[in-house]
Design a protein around this ligand. Sequence first.
Ligand code: APR
Length: 271
Amino acid sequence: MPGNGSLNGDEAAIRAAAEQIAAARYCTALTGAGISKESGIPTFRGEGGLWTRQGEPPMNGYQLFLEDPRGWWLERLEQQRNPPEFAKAIATARPNPGHLALAQLEQRGFLKHLISQNVDGLHLDAGSTRLTEIHGNRRKLRCIACGRRGPARDFGEDDVPPHCDACGGIVKADTVMFGEPIPRAFIDACFAEAAKSDLMLVIGTSATVHPAADLPLQVLRRGGAIIEMNVDATPFSAYATVSLRGPAGVLLPQVVQALDSFDPRPERPAV
Ligand code: APR
């Protein structure tokens, strides 16, 4: 990477982002569907988005589940036999260089925590460990009474709907449905991380869904900064100290490479 003088706009912006990450006391990240686009999973909004093409799901999805959990589960079991587009895409998806770069930033001590709105589990597959999946994880189930979460095998699936072995409560998919309150533990963890952050990377999200979209605002309100990475402008573009335009799977490895050029911190031993 050449000296600052000869950097073009993009290189200068990548370097500026890397410098801010290296200088940050407590850097966190918020990711959305855009980071998994290069893994073949459609985004929700914007051109070609799932909701754009299929219409948004009912905003009272959770109420409908509570009214007829058995019906919901029977439909889900049927979908497992004939998976819709989103489920099919997630089933075959692998982490891309964007996911891997974030895991590297964690392993090298630059990234203190990652908050993802994605339910695809690709950050975990990429090796991220300091992670909160604010909308849940498609590979897990959750008891709506005691909050117990885990892979399907942890819950007896013979019953339809399945019940929690610990408290007898009804079990649902771990993913947060429209109309469902986000579990307290997820919310508290996310806002606690935002409160500690002097820098937040906002990656591949339209920043339109709350409370996740409040997290960068929390950082800004506390005098912190945000760096945005997105193929398009978002409501946060005007507030970002650096706004990188392009695919996350291209930008993030470039940022890691820039960090290598002036702050080659060794990987921390796994905690
Ligand atoms: N790299 C970076 N950004 C990208 C890429 C890419 N390769 N491709 C698309 N984007 C950007 C789009 O410009 C858009 O700003 O990713 C964003 C995707 O926005 P949404 O589809 O609205 O997804 P997200 O912000 O994650 O949605 C939030 O809404 O529907 C609910 O629960 C769902 O978690 C989801 C939440």
